[in-house]
Write a protein that binds this ligand. Structure first.
Ligand SMILES: [Fe+2]
Length: 335
């Protein structure tokens, strides 16, 4: 299937500069659109999702630095390349450009060959990144298939994902680490796609052999995620979210701080949400009972510092990520 031509957005308040860019890019197979100020640019980015932005710096109203900062502050645009085009060639302005997240800086007057080289390189990189992003989407589709099969508990993983992000933030993490926690929360049980339905959906307690098969979901998930470079940051979550702080968990028997931090964070949020959700074999626990169970397991099952932090922050936020529960539903197994 042929990909659509890349979309380039050129932003400049001077029509003559836009005409020059259009002429220079005439030989590139692309859809070129224009915006004459920062506000128009941000609106177009939200509507048209370009693959590359060529952004003038000196503009009335909102300058290019601020436009770039706003573009990069939106997680949906973190992979959108932005090239600042500027006659401000001094070092301070170049540093400022990099500080606001620009991917490249092009000096005015624009050299046609330099422009072509930068544009083609960034478009090619964006195509590769989009392809890797597709791998994440495939994993998410698997995870959603598991949740749909598991009596429609899609809301469970969403709550785990939000809780993990909130707990990570409370633990001092930021940026890409929080994105990984959120995505890891969504896909941590992706390996259940490989667990037979008869076990996954069983209403009674599992035999020893069935328990062993159920536990394989962390290794099946690992096998799915491990070859995907874009999923590298969530592999430890998928593999190690059932380790125990005392070393008695699975699959690797890791202990204490040897368990990856992201896996320890998801383990706390996953366990709490599993406890306050209905199961075929038991009703949902009250939030106070679940909190007491978490505290009882702090230091043996879960990281005691994270349990403390979870109680103090995530559970006490006015609209807590894990208490916006709507219909408690589902059969998510904490296994
Ligand atoms: Fe799990």
């Amino acid at each position: 299937m042929r990909r659509r031509p890349p979309r380039i957005l050129a932003v400049d308040d001077q029509p003559i500069n836009l005409e020059l860019l259009a002429a220079y890019l005439g030989g590139v197979d692309c859809e070129l659109t224009i915006a004459r100020d920062g506000f128009e640019a941000l609106g177009q980015i939200a509507r048209r999702q370009p693959d590359l932005v060529l952004l003038d710096v000196v503009m009335p109203g909102m300058d290019g630095f601020e436009v770039c900062r706003r573009i990069k502050a939106d997680p949906a645009n973190r992979l959108l390349p932005v090239v600042l085009v500027t006659s401000l060639s001094d070092v301070d302005n170049r540093i400022r450009g990099l500080e606001v997240g620009a991917d490249d800086i092009l000096a005015k007057p624009i050299d046609r060959n330099e422009l072509m080289a930068r544009v083609l390189t960034l478009i090619r990189t964006k195509e590769i990144v989009d392809h890797l992003d597709d791998a994440e989407h495939v994993m998410l589709a698997f995870a959603k298939a598991v949740e749909a099969k598991d009596c429609g508990t899609e809301a469970h993983v969403e709550r785990v994902a939000r809780g993990a992000r909130a707990l990570g933030e409370a633990a001092g993490l930021s940026g890409g680490d929080l994105d990984s926690l959120y995505f890891g929360g969504l896909v941590h049980d992706v390996g259940k796609i490989g667990v037979p339905d008869a076990i996954l959906l069983k209403t009674g307690s599992l035999s020893h052999a069935e328990t062993e098969l159920m536990r394989r979901h962390v290794l099946i998930g690992f096998d799915i995620a491990q070859p995907l470079r874009s999923a590298a940051s969530v592999v430890p979550i998928i593999r190690n979210h059932h380790e125990r702080f005392d070393g008695c968990g699975y699959p690797d028997g890791l202990k204490g701080m040897d368990i990856p931090l992201a896996a320890r964070i998801v383990a706390v949020c996953d366990a709490y949400d599993a406890m306050i959700s209905d199961r075929p074999y038991r009703a949902a626990m009250s939030s106070s009972s679940a909190a007491a169970a978490l505290q009882a397991g702090a230091g043996t099952q879960w990281d005691p510092g994270l349990v403390r932090l979870f109680m103090a922050t995530v559970l006490h936020e006015p609209r807590s990520a894990l208490t916006e529960h709507g219909q408690p539903g589902g059969t998510f197994s904490s296994m």
